[in-house]
Design a protein around this ligand. Sequence first.
Ligand code: 4NP
Length: 159
Amino acid sequence: MTPTSILFVCLGNICRSPMAEGIFLRILAREGSSERFVVDSAGLLDYHQGELADPRMRAHASAHGYTLMHRSRPVTKADLDRFDWIICMDDQNIRGLKQLTTNPLHWEKIHLMTGFCRDMNASQVPDPYYEGDQGFEYVIDLLEDACEGLYDALSRGLI
Ligand code: 4NP
């Protein structure tokens, strides 16, 4: 069966979306579902292309048992064709993606990460780049909750 492909998108692709990718990959491993999905992340900006995730994000991720291996890359128009689902961290990301395409088939793939939260209540995953430790911890808590909801929604064919 063709795997379902998911692209997590944020602005720089060094904090939120690589963290979402790491969390989702661990859920897949836990559920024995790694073969069923292709997972990647990308950013609207290319400033950090080729870099590992921000050292602060990696340190907080590591404290929660995640090793982030992704290297930053900018999102491309081809990604909008290639991926089944494109999961954004905030409204600014969605606006940026929608500027890349007017194709309604592309727009239908784009969802907000926090729409999948189960326990937490937030409208966006805030950018932790200019925040302290608490900002990074909050991003992990929020993404763990939302990724569980996303996995559940995909498994049950709700999106
Ligand atoms: P991210 O955070 O979108 O969660 O990766 C950011 C990282 C870097 C920048 C912006 C946001 N930047 O402007 O360099």
